[in-house]
Design a protein around this ligand. Structure first.
Ligand SMILES: *Cc1c(COP(=O)(O)O)cnc(C)c1O
Length: 350
């Protein structure tokens, strides 16, 4: 039987005898040691492949529990604002558990793969003239009167479910990492990880806590710049957020762990995505690549990570965003007929 988060981590989660079982096989994602970057930087870098979740991002870790608690309350409708992955995840669980699912998305701003997912799973999609922050405001405004459960990370069960990422890392390594790099958008996930690490520390399952680095994009860095960004802008749409809902929790996480928020440029993010694909065989989302871009930036600024254990959370799968993957289509493709000799010649001259 496939292990599931619901049963495996039940005693660490707000699950009781009235909570209906929910799972699409989320969690238990691979923690893969980097081969090439570890050597290059003389440290042990691990990638947590959250793109391996059923809907292709970590959002499923929070969604399974949020949907279970929605069903426990006998509610039949869920709603979210989304830069894409929350809607894909909500739509998947909504389909499986027969919930009316509405997603509010910023028009023209969500990656094509994520939009296709929400449509394939059969969600009701409302595209608004506004950005993510405005979508979330609208959701908060209308959810009560229509009796919808909000499944964004302002729902506390999202953060509770996402703690399991930290639990898994501790179990996979056998200890807590020294450092964790994680992209920060609405700032829920970094807060979840910190909660998870602290919970296992308090339960004496690990004996130290990692230092957290929260990575934002230059044009969408409210937590680095310490102000709300009215028109956040970055190529990494999953972290294109100017007014993070969990800003306070995330700041506490960074302070308590003696970490830092840092920002990276879109070029740094694009480079990192390519490095991870070409040197490690892992194709992650641009937002996910921000974590590795952050690590590389700190190393270039002289931070010493030698011989340390570092986890980078690769939050989502690279195939979700085909438009921004167009850069790879510029690679040479040599045309040939089906004649083996001609194919051979093409290979030799590539
Ligand atoms: C949602 C998301 C993020 C940002 O997570 P927050 O909890 O909003 O900070 C990062 N990467 C991907 C791929 C996401 O889907």
């Amino acid at each position: 039987m496939q292990k599931n988060l619901f049963n495996y981590y039940q005693k660490y989660l707000p699950i009781n005898e009235n909570t209906p079982f929910v799972s699409i096989g989320e969690g238990f994602t691979p923690l893969v040691k980097s081969e090439n970057l570890s050597d290059k930087y003389n440290c042990n870098i691990f990638f947590k492949l959250e793109g391996s979740n059923p809907s292709g991002s970590f959002k499923d870790r929070g969604m399974f529990l949020t949907v279970a608690k929605t069903l426990e309350k006998k509610k039949k409708k869920i709603i979210c604002a989304s830069t894409g992955n929350t809607s894909a995840s909500a739509a998947a669980y909504g389909a499986r558990y027969n919930l009316e699912t509405v997603v509010i998305i910023p028009k023209g701003k969500i990656a094509l793969g994520k939009l296709i997912q929400a449509m394939a799973y059969g969600a009701k999609i409302i595209s608004i003239n506004g950005n993510f922050d405005e979508s979330l405001l609208a959701v908060k405004e209308i959810s009560d009167s229509l009796d919808f459960e909000i499944v964004n990370s302002i729902n506390p069960y999202r953060l509770e479910g996402q703690k399991t990422g930290a639990f898994e890392i501790i179990e996979q390594l056998g200890f807590s990492p020294d450092f964790q790099f994680i992209p920060v958008g609405n700032a829920g996930n970094i807060s979840s990880y910190w909660k998870g690490y602290k919970q296992f520390y308090d339960s004496k399952i690990c004996n130290k806590l990692p230092v957290l680095y929260g990575i934002q994009a230059d044009g969408a860095a409210p937590l680095v710049d310490n102000k709300i960004i009215k028109n956040p802008n970055t190529i990494a749409s999953a972290i294109r957020i100017g007014n993070p809902a969990s800003a306070d929790l995330a700041k506490d996480s960074i302070n308590e762990s003696s970490g830092e928020f840092i920002k990276v440029s879109d070029d740094n993010i694009l480079d990192a995505q390519k490095i991870i694909a070409r040197k490690e065989g892992i194709f992650c989302e641009l937002a996910s690549a921000a974590s590795v871009a952050g690590l590389i930036k700190l190393i270039s600024k002289g931070y010493d990570f030698s011989n340390k254990n570092i986890v980078c959370i690769l939050t989502g799968n690279g195939l979700k965003d085909p438009e921004n993957a167009q850069q790879y289509l510029k690679s040479n493709i040599i045309k040939a007929s089906s004649d083996p000799d001609e194919i051979k010649e093409a290979i030799l001259k590539y």
